[in-house]
Design a protein around this ligand. Structure first.
Ligand code: FAD
Length: 498
């Protein structure tokens, strides 16, 4: 019977795990061990829409205080400066896998020539606006958004929340784990000789992967055949007064990878994710600085390895966050997986009344493995489909990226185009995190050709243009992030659901 869970790690993964467990299973004792001398990774600033949903809907954290302390900005999706179109927007709603009123086929078929403003959120993105204005002039804050947040503010705020809800925070550095006869971890030996125990452990120790990797030696599945980037340079610049805060992350193709741009209230965070087998750190830094003259400080180099530990739950240890795996920063999926896996664990602990058996554990491992592979394939597709890049990195991506697990989907698409039938190749018993929409945006955005295009009548095209111009018109009356932030930071602002 699990009564006391010890979380190893006080980065965003450890804190989200501890807070979620304590709020949803209040009878449990939750302790969190973290080492101030090791610190946190300090990157991870973009999210997907499940992150705000996890905080506010699943955990009931108050929006007012979260906005005051973390000062997030809204992200409607990702702008790709990528592929033959040069630019396309991936919004967190349905552009391609939807059929606008009166059309005889999904919108995706009508996006061949011009893939832009194919929904209201996409039209808002296109015009650097974030929300529609309500009739009373206030921002109409809809659920199809994620956040940009500064990592340090997020972690400091999560730590406050953890203390408030009753998580016991212990400072110290784990040196060794003690194991019982059945191989389970029984306690952690800290530097200085202190021993702390628990009946169940969350390994949220980041890339050090202290328990699942180092102690339990769970094999690492490397994604090197599908994804070639393994380093990032991170830097940024301060905003000028009045500069527009963009409502999206930008992902721009570079010579040996891609660069992110993440929008904060007062500064912009820029990073270059690259392949060290294609470019040295110095070469990458030179390209990064040349293309981003606003960067004035030395970029920070972060190394990572793309892949996951085969089982995320071994004995009485569950890995959450970078300790269990990391794919790469494209699409900002890490916190999405943290929230999803924590929810699944809580559900399993609840269903098993605190006594999860091996079959429950195996199911967790099967489901998490499926998620890692889905993310790998989805991200690999981004690289594989980009026919515009002419450097050796991009040639290698086109020729060598392994997408064999979704080859059926690609073959079907190349024959039939963006029909809803494509869904059958990505959703099995478990729903794909990106949905068909994500794959179609990549295929259409990168102008992947297909044979059975069908004939689109003039009338159908006119109707489609009519929908798009309505979305554009509505977007043009919308609000920028700067304007909407002014409302929500006003002392009189009241959230509808707080
Ligand atoms: C370049 C890059 C960009 C990224 N961008 C994004 C993004 O945009 N969006 C996103 O969701 N994710 C992103 N990520 C992933 C991001 O790092 C994670 O989402 C997030 O920061 C969670 O990290 P973590 O808590 O797992 O690890 P960490 O922040 O590294 O925390 C590990 C914790 O474990 C503790 N610890 C470790 N060893 C010990 C020990 N022996 N004893 C005691 N304590 C210990 C540390 O002190 C620390 O508190 C990115 C990652 C990289 C590399």
């Amino acid at each position: 019977m699990i009564r006391h869970i010890l979380v190893l790690g006080g980065g965003s993964a450890g804190l989200i795990s501890a807070i979620s467990l304590k709020i949803r299973l209040p009878a449990l004792r939750i302790s969190l061990l973290r080492s101030p001398s090791i610190g946190i990774i300090g990157v991870g600033e973009g999210t997907t829409p499940n992150f705000p949903a996890h905080l506010f809907d699943y955990l009931g954290i108050r929006k007012k205080s979260f906005f005051e302390k973390v000062r997030p900005t809204w992200k409607l999706g990702i702008r790709f400066l990528w592929g033959e179109r040069g630019r396309f927007d991936y919004s967190f709603d349905q552009q391609c896998d939807a059929t606008a009123p009166g059309l005889a086929r999904p919108n995706g078929y009508l996006c061949d020539e011009e893939f832009e403003s194919a929904s209201l959120p996409a039209a808002l993105m296109r015009q650097d606006r974030v929300f529609r204005k309500r009739a009373d002039g206030l921002p109409d804050i809809q659920g199809w958004h994620a956040f940009h947040m500064e990592n340090e503010l997020l972690v400091t705020t999560l730590e406050e929340v953890a203390r408030e809800v009753g998580v016991e925070i212990i400072e110290g550095e784990m040196r060794e784990a003690r194991r019982s006869a059945n191989g389970d971890v029984s306690s952690l030996l800290l530097e200085g000789g202190r021993v702390i125990g628990g009946d169940f452990f969350i390994d949220a120790s980041g890339f050090r992967s202290e328990l699942i990797g180092r102690v339990l030696e769970e094999p690492f599945v490397d994604f090197g055949a599908s994804l070639f980037c393994d380093r990032a340079l991170a830097a940024g610049w301060e905003r000028q007064e009045g500069e527009t805060i963009l409502p999206y992350t930008t992902a721009e193709a570079m010579d040996a990878g891609w660069a992110w741009q993440i929008e904060h209230e007062r500064h912009v965070n820029r990073g270059y994710v690259f392949s060290s087998s294609e470019m040295s750190d110095d070469q990458a830094c030179a390209e990064f600085l040349r293309k981003n003259p606003r960067i004035k400080r030395e970029p920070r180099l972060v190394k990572f390895r793309s892949g996951y530990h085969r089982r995320q739950w071994v004995g009485n240890v569950v890995a959450i966050g970078n300790s269990g795996g990391f794919v790469e920063p494209l699409e900002a999926t890490a916190l999405m997986i943290v929230c999803g896996n924590v929810q699944m664990l809580i559900e399993m602990l609840t269903r098993s009344e605190g006594k999860p058996g091996p079959a429950m554990r195996d199911l967790f491992n099967r489901m998490t493995e499926r998620s890692w592979l889905d993310i790998r394939d989805f991200l690999a597709l981004h690289y594989k489909l980009n026919t515009a890049g002419q450097t050796s990195f991009w040639r290698k991506c086109r020729e060598e990226t392994d997408v064999s697990r979704i080859q059926d989907l690609l073959d079907f698409y190349r024959e039939n185009g963006p029909t809803g039938f494509c869904r059958y190749f990505i959703d099995g018993a478990q729903k794909n995190d990106f949905g068909l929409e994500g794959y179609l945006v990549m295929l259409i955005g990168n102008r992947t050709p297909y044979r059975n295009a069908g004939k689109i009548s003039l009338q159908e095209m006119q109707l489609w243009q009519h929908h798009r111009s309505a979305w554009r018109g509505e977007a043009s009356r919308g609000m920028t992030v700067n304007e909407a932030l002014e409302y929500v930071h006003h002392p009189n602002w009241v959230w509808d659901t707080d």
